[in-house]
Design a protein around this ligand. Structure first.
Ligand SMILES: [Fe+2]
Length: 189
């Protein structure tokens, strides 16, 4: 089956590029999500939520282990946000949902600031717990944005507004944009 072959090739390439479990999961979930763009996005939201859980459970780990988790989250958020900002939010605006589109862009801009604060805090104080407060703020903001606003309200409305051909186009475009972000930061470990 072509899809399975493609999945295997993507997984092998990913494993060679970076031996990060969250990254392999991201690629596997992207390849496995054969459904529509919304189910693909839900899989990515779930992956990001799981990565935050791992980070929050990492209090007793070394700085390098924690830094690797933070870099993995940075990659997942960046790949996901690029795909949403280049494909899904423009589709919202074109479907007449401009205030929803604006709100999601703004949320995501704030999340990028919080992500930078988390990264700075963990580097500035390697042994301390300065990273926890910004990490918790980012986790709460990202999950509210993803679960309540996107999954719970705005995305199902968009999916219903669009016809089958448009939904199919969004699925292909989201996948292409997600894959365009390479895990350079995570691989640099
Ligand atoms: Fe999202």
């Amino acid at each position: 089956m072509p899809t399975l072959d493609l999945s295997r090739r993507v997984l092998v390439a990913s494993a060679a590029a970076a031996a990060l479990l969250p990254l392999r999961q991201a690629v596997a979930q992207t390849a496995a999500a054969k459904g529509d763009w919304l189910s693909m996005i839900k899989a990515h939201h779930a992956l990001i939520a799981k990565s935050f859980d791992e980070l929050m459970a990492s209090e007793k780990r070394t700085y390098l282990q924690r830094d690797r988790l933070i870099r993995a989250i940075g990659y997942q958020l960046t790949a996901h946000s690029v795909a949403e900002e280049n494909v899904i939010y423009p589709a919202l605006a074109m479907a007449g949902m401009t205030s929803e589109s604006d709100k999601l862009y703004l949320d995501q801009a704030h999340a990028k600031v919080m992500n930078a604060q988390m990264e700075m805090a963990t580097r500035a104080n390697r042994e301390g717990k300065d990273w926890m407060a910004p990490a918790k703020s980012l986790q709460a903001a990202v999950l509210k944005h993803a679960k309540e606003d996107e999954e719970g309200n705005i995305y199902p409305k968009l999916q219903q507004k669009l016809d089958a051909a448009m939904n199919k186009m969004l699925t292909a475009d989201y996948q292409r944009e997600f894959a365009s972000v390479k895990p350079v930061r995570a691989a640099a470990g």
